[in-house]
Every structure is written in C-alpha cells, then in structure tokens.
Design a protein around this ligand. Structure first.
Ligand code: PLP
Length: 354
C-alpha cells in the first residue's frame, strides 16, 4: 500500500512527560483512508492532526456504525519502538468489522499504517518509566443517509496520544461495585466486538459506581445476572485455591490481547488456568472461606489491575487484605518487561521497529 505523507508545518509543543494522563494530548499527525463500495479502501494518507469535515447526516452519528482498537508503542533503548502483538489487534479489528458490517481491512495495510504513523511521530513516544504512546485505530460509517442500512462509505483513521504511567502512585488495588441492574452485553450481541456503542451503554453503571465511591463495575452476565463477565473495560481473573480462573469467551466477553497473554504466560510457567463460567456466588463463597487469593482485571491501558474490594448489593469483601497478589505482581513485571524489552520475550510478542 502506498501512503502519501503531508507533514505538519507547525509542530506542536510536546506535553510534560510527568503529567500526561490518558488520552488528552495528540501527536502532530494522523492516518486516514477512505472506503467506497466498488473501489474498496483507497487514498491512504498521513496528514497533520486536525478536525475533519463531516456531513451531519453521516450514518455514524445516528446509528453508531463504528469500531475501534487500542494498542501501545513503547520506546526501545535503541531509538526505535516496540509494538505488543499488533497482529492480534488487527485480527480483532476484522472480527469486529464482520459483526458490524464494516468492510475488512487488509491486515498488512493496517500494520503498515500503524508503523508508518508511529515512525513519523516517534519523537512523541515518552520515555519515562511506565509511559507509552497509545495508538487508537477506528473506523466509522460516513454515508450521508438516514436509512437503517450498512453504509457504503467509511473512514479508517489512526490517532496517537502519549500516555502516562497508569500507576503513578504504585500498583494499587481498586474498589469494585458489582452491577446488578444494567448489563454490558449478551450472547448474540456485540460484547465480543470493540464498538463504541458498548461503551455508551455502560456509562450509566460507571457513573453509579463512581457516585458510590467505586473505581469500576464488575459486570454480570446479561441473561441470569449470575456469572462474572468483565471488570470495567478489562477482562477479569480470579485465583481460587491456586487455580487461575477467567470467564470463557462465549460471545459476550471482549477477547483481550492482554487476557490471552496472561493465559499463555501462566500456562507456560506451569500454573493451572481454567476458562469457564464463574458465578458471583462462587467468588463470594471463596472470599468468605479465605480461598479467593487474588482477583485482577487486565487490559492494554493498565496491564494488570488488582481488585482489593468488592461490593455486591452492600455485601463487602476484601481480597488479599488490599495488597497486590503474587500472581498479579508476577504478571505485571513480566508483561510490562516484555513490552519495554527489559524481560526476555520467549513468546515472540514484542515487535521491534527500528
Ligand atoms: C479493549 C477491551 C478489553 C481489553 O483488551 P486488550 O486487548 O487486552 O486491551 C477488555 N474489555 C473490553 C470491554 C475492552 O473494550
């Protein structure tokens, strides 16, 4: 694929790498490619970051035909950068596209677009410990048409943000509220796809949890409200009596790249990892018996996020005395080490771009 490049004539001042936060600052350039039925994807280009003109009738504004991905670039000691399993994100992008009737993107073109854009803005990759460059590819429907139908035109864009360490104050366990009323996804729905609509539908529960002083919600399954699904926008793991358990992928759970890496890493190290349904009752029973050793969420943003407190309709349990568990610590150290290139990558996950 040929990508035309128009460089900015007014580069922005880079933010202070000690106060980056998440998703607030954007780099100098962005990638755009258009899709037209009959022609396919065309006009791949990197241009200065800026606003885009859109018709108010664009289908994405009305019916939400939109998808996104999220991965990170990490500065490598040799001046280049590393991507963590970008092939998995691109594979998931196409699985989401299939679900939403969005045309597929050639995986090699998607990887080329990511790598060329990050290369052009490589001076924006922060180098303080724990910082990285967040990569946000997304696709949306652009037909100016109000009929309910899959769009015939789309835009695929990639934007980049330097992001701070998620754990500026250390790997602190979070307080979670179990959500009993609203659900995130049901089997047959879009729970396994990375779409904006899932997030729009989840905001109300997040708001409710925050009002009660909790960081995130623990989602229960959409049918029986009995089994745990995900924690906030992360996949969830429990360690009960030495066994690592995570909900099986049954269509309602997002197949996280971090989730897959956690499972593969732990199995390689000899841990017993089981993918199956886990009832919230089972979690509470284990907590009361003292056999719930650890619980944690995982995803690209935080990598590993230990859960310290659970509140299910006012019934509160404490996990591992609010401390980071052994497995959570081991995973955080090794996964971030592979991402930054400081731990040997025996899995071939880290892709170095010079
Ligand atoms: C993106 C996402 C995850 C985590 O996926 P990673 O590939 O590990 O970043 C988990 N749950 C939801 C709902 C997500 O959108």
């Amino acid at each position: 694929m040929t990508i035309s490049i128009e460089k900015t004539i007014s580069p922005k001042k880079k933010p202070d790498s000690n106060s980056l936060g998440f998703g607030r600052h954007f780099t100098d350039h962005m990638f755009i490619m258009n899709y037209t039925e009959g022609t396919g994807w065309h006009d791949a280009r990197i241009v200065p970051f800026g606003d885009i003109p859109m018709s108010p009738a664009s289908m994405v504004f009305h019916y939400g035909q939109e998808m996104f991905e999220g991965l990170k670039a990490y500065k490598s000691s040799t001046g280049g950068f590393r991507l963590f399993r970008p092939d998995k994100n691109i594979e998931r992008m196409n699985s989401t596209n299939d679900r939403l009737c969005i045309p597929r993107v050639n995986p090699e073109d998607a990887l080329q677009a990511i790598e060329e854009l990050v290369s052009i803005d490589r001076d924006w990759i922060p180098d303080q410990p724990g910082t990285s460059l967040y990569i946000r590819p997304f696709i949306f429907a652009t037909d100016a048409f109000l009929g309910v139908h899959a769009s015939k035109t789309y835009m695929f864009m990639i934007i980049l943000c330097p992001v701070g360490s998620y754990y500026a104050a250390g790997l602190n366990p979070i307080k979670i509220c179990v959500e009993d009323e609203y659900v995130r996804a049901v089997r047959g729905g879009t729970g396994y796809a990375k779409v904006g609509g899932n997030y729009a539908a989840s905001l109300i529960a997040q708001k409710k949890a925050e009002e009660k002083g909790y960081a995130q919600v623990l989602w229960l399954d959409g049918i029986e409200h009995k089994y745990i699904d995900e924690v906030g926008a992360m996949n969830v793991f429990c360690v009960i009596d030495g066994e690592v358990i995570t909900p099986a992928l049954e269509g309602n759970i997002l197949p996280g790249v971090t989730r897959d890496s956690v499972i593969t890493f732990l199995r390689t190290k000899g841990y017993k990892v089981t993918e199956r349904r886990i009832g919230i009752e089972e979690v509470y029973n284990a907590a009361e018996k003292g056999s719930l050793e650890e619980m944690f969420g995982c995803g690209t943003a935080a990598v590993i996020s230990p859960v310290g407190t659970l509140d299910w309709n006012g019934k509160i349990v404490n996990i591992n005395n609010d401390r980071i568990g052994k497995i959570s610590g081991l995973l955080y150290y090794n996964l971030t080490g592979i991402q930054y290139g400081t731990v040997k990558d025996e899995f071939g996950w880290s892709r170095e771009v010079k």
